[in-house]
Structure formats: structure tokens, C-alpha cells
Design a protein around this ligand. Sequence first.
Ligand code: C2E
Ligand code: MG
Ligand code: MG
Length: 577
Amino acid sequence: MFKARELDLETLLEAIDRLDTVFAVYDKDHRLVFANESARRGWPKLYDGLARGLSQYDATRLEIASQFPNHSEDDIDQFTEYSVAIASSGKHGEIRAQTGRIYRTHHERLGEKGIVGIGVDLTDLKKHEHELSRLAEENFRLANIDELTGLSNRRHFLSRLDELCDPTHVDPKPFVLGLLDLDGFKLVNDVHGHPVGDALLKEAADRLRSAFCENCVIARLGGDEFGIIVPSEKTADIIETTATDICAVLGQPYELDGERLYVSASMGIASFPNVGQTRRQLMERADFALYHAKQNDKGRAIIFSAEHEIRIRRHASLELGIREADLERELYLDFQPILNAQSQIVTSFEALARWNSPTLGAVSPEHFIPIAEQSGLITKLSPILLRRALREAETWPETISLSINLSSLEVASMEHAQQLMRLIDQSSVNPRRVVFEITETAMMRESKNVLKVLEAFRKVGIRISLDDFGTGFSSLNHVAHMPLDAVKIDRTFLEGIETRRESASVLKTICDLCRSLGLTSVMEGVETPLQARMVKSAGIDFMQGYLFCRPISAGQVQKFLTAERLPEKVQSRQAKA
Ligand code: C2E
Ligand code: MG
Ligand code: MG
């Protein structure tokens, strides 16, 4: 401090001149006495004006006018007034200099002698702050946004659901939770490759975005699954109809990879608070409704109802029943013949699972098979059923084939598939006599593995038949890509065929396509002679249905086959058909 007194003024001013900080001194009448280099460089017009003796207002106005040449005179006046007020009030202000740097300025009275103006350079600090907030935003985005589609991700979706279900809310708002799934997406991915799959997901996301209002949450929950939260007090009917329309929009063809690609969308819906009050309840119920939509009403939206609640209970008791069952004793098979449509000669039998439970009674495969599939128990059932079926087929003539239904789990896993092939190998039945029937839905899941498994089956001579064709989404286009031998056309195609001409031509189209792909066609569920005639004239190769024979026991198959040999039997059936 003592030495500072020896410092001459010139040296001191030179040092101040070199500061990054803006430094200016005015006399008590606000006339400029000194401005350092940073000040002069930052506000050249202002300090030049002040040095020339202009008033503070006029000099400031010159500066502002040169900084904002495109602004109106009024704007410049206003801004000048503001700046002068700040300078004389002693308040802090933030201003940008001509150099682009940002200063935090402050004017202070030096008693009666004058005023000192100081501006601290905040540019680097500001940049740093900006970078920090950009990083925070980026982090938020990464944590909450699905990168591919730009929709919310699962995490964000679930946390929004938690907020909305928060039991401490004084005034909880009703909303609807929708879970949406694209049927057939995996196949697109496998056949056309991931880039095309990604493009399809992006377009599906765009379609969803334009279908919903801004205060809805739309998320991609993973794979081809989407979640939607819509604030709504509407009735179940209206919600279901609106959501089904949205499914239809997503089911419109996608023009990608130079092709028209088809997927369908199904949705399960649960509404808050009447169907579920917690996130878990809502998710489970919407998921259950989705499962039902996929099973029974593909391409539609289904809202969780009281009837579903009953089904959930029944489902649970059936699952427990299967778990506790003595499967070797309680399971058995019925067989239903499949005939050559032209000659009416029986060529094979389809083995159909039956379960006679001591506690639940006779349970239809339509009920227990899906439950066994979902719970994974099917892999315990199938080997038992296949072994039995093979044992029966061993007693049949070599010309008669055996059709067996497989579930999605067996065709999705090479391990299970190999177990089934081993069982055939251990029997005396030639694999060429075995047909595996697989539904479209089963083929569409895990389609990459499925293709490998199907190829492995065919390699040993087992034939593959696409079961219930027409109930899923598979377009004829997809069929062409799959390693198949036959297509079993679902019996729903026979509905109204007696009266509707179009139904007959649809059958003919499917049949022609099968022929052009080198596939055998089989019509399921033929019940009337007229149906049989129409199926035959459509050119379908094989038929199966109550008209010829209901599913019969293994013992009856033997009798049937003996009777079948009699030519008059065939003749009488031919007359009927
Ligand atoms: P599916 O493979 O399509 O079997 C044909 C179903 O249609 C059988 O019902 C059969 O009894 C019925 N059906 C046959 N002809 C007619 C007809 O003229 N009219 C009508 N209305 N129905 C007819 P079932 O036996 O109840 O089997 C239902 C489904 O359960 C089968 O459909 C198949 O998907 C599944 N399933 C049956 N057994 C097995 C099995 O061992 N394993 C697996 N994974 N699934 C099985
Ligand atoms: Mg079948
Ligand atoms: Mg079928």
C-alpha cells in the first residue's frame, strides 16, 4: 500500500487501460474524465461522443443506433432512456458491447467527486452456463426421449403414469391408458432388414403424433410397442371407436423400400380411475385387453371390461389347473381326417389335444392351449401329445400322414424344435408323413428364429402347414417369403359362402395363389355339402370338417380307416359333396 502512493498516475492509467474489465470515471456532472481501452472498444460511439462533450443521452443514443441499425427511432429512444436510467441509478445491468462481449455494469458515486462505471466481462461465464443448460437439456432428452422416433421413452412414460396415479392428488384427473402393438412388424424387420423396420417405426410414430392432441403422452415403450396417455372423461364406447380408428390409420400400408408393406395395429385400453388406480393395475389391464385384441380382434382397440376381469380369474385357475395336472393321464388326443377334395380319399389325420381335468372337467383346447402357451407350460404338453400321436400313426397305413399343431414357443426355439424332431426320430414314423401346423400368429413372433426352425424341420422331411390362414394379418406377400408346404384356410372364409358370390372368388384367389407358390391348399371347417362343392370348384386340394367327420378318438380312427377302404363309402361322400 505504501509503495502504491509512489506510483505515477500515468502508469496507473496504463495498467487500468489494459484491464478486461470496463472502467470509466465521470465528474459529478457526468462528463467523461477517463475510459479505459475495454470501454472504448466496447462502446466506441458512446465514449467518442462523451469525449467530444456530447450529453450522456446523446452519446448513448449514438451508440445504440449504431448497434441496432434496423430498429425504429422509437425503439432506440426507449432503449437509450433505459440505459441512461441504469447508469444513473447505481443498479446493476447486463449489456452487450460492440465487440459481442457481455458485461455486467454498475455505476457508483465517488462521494461528491464523481462517478465510476465498472463493467465485468461475463462472456465466458455465460457461455459456460449456456453449455451447462444445453447439457442438462440433452441429458433430459436422452433419459426421456426415444432416439429413433423422438417420442417419449418407456421411462418417461411410466413416470408420467406414476404422477397421474399419485394417490395424494387432491383432484385426480381421469385419463385413458392405451398400449398399442404392431402385428407383423417383426416379419418386416426380418424380411426387409432393420433400416426398413426403423423407417416403418418412424412413420408409425408420425401417424400417432398426428392422431393425438398435444396434451397426450405418446411413447415408444420398446420394439414395436407404443403407449399413449390421453386425458379423457369419455365413455368406453367412444374411446373404443376412436382408438380403433387410430389402429386403422396405423394399419394403412407403408410405402417403404420400394414396396407396400403391411402391418396392423391393435390396442388395449384401461381407464383411470374406474378400471385401475395404480400404474401397475392399469398397465396389466391394458396389456390384458391388448392380448385379447391381438387374439380375437386384430387391428382393433379393446377396452378392459368386467368381462375381462372374469377371464383373468378363469385364466388364473386354468393355469393353476394345468400346473397341477397329471398331464400324462389327463391329456389325450382326438383325430380328425383330412380328405383329398377331388377324390374324397382320406390322406391324413390332424391330432387335436383334449384335456379331461378331474377338477375342471373337459376343457376345450381353445381355452387351455393359449394359457399353456403364455405360461410356457406348452413345452411340457407338446412332447406328451406328439409321442401319443406318433404311437397312433405307427399303426396307420404308410400313406396316411399325421398333422400336429405347434405353438409359437416351439417354433421360436431351436432347442424345443430339436426335442420334437428327436421324438419323431425315435418313432417308426417317417418324418415325411408328419405335418406341423403352425398359426400365422405363431410364425410372426420371433420370426427370425422361426425361419431357422422351419428350415430345420423341412430339412428332415417334415412338412409345414400355415394354420388358420386369414385370421392373422399375413398378406399373400408374406406367405411367399415363408418356408411352407401347405396353407390351411381358416373356416371363417366359408361364412356366407352359399349366398355371397365374392366369398367364392376370394377362395379362388387364395387357391390360385397357393398353386402359383407351389403350396398345397387345405380348407378347414367344411360343414355343408354346398360348401364342399364350392370349395372343390374353387380348386382347393384338401378339405377337413364336420361334414366328413368330427374329431374322433384314436380307437375310432382304426374303424374309420377300415371303413374308408370300402369304395361305396367314398362314393356316397362324393355324391353328398
Ligand atoms: P385348429 O388347428 O385350427 O384345429 C381345427 C379346429 O376346428 C378343431 O377345434 C376342430 O375340432 C375344429 N373343427 C374341425 N372341423 C370343423 C367344422 O366343420 N366346423 C367347426 N365349427 N369346427 C371344426 P379344436 O379341437 O377345438 O382345436 C382348436 C384349436 O386348438 C386348434 O385349431 C389348434 O389351434 C389348437 N390345438 C388343438 N390341439 C393342439 C395341440 O396339440 N397343440 C397345439 N399347440 N394346439 C392345439
Ligand atoms: Mg390345426
Ligand atoms: Mg386351423
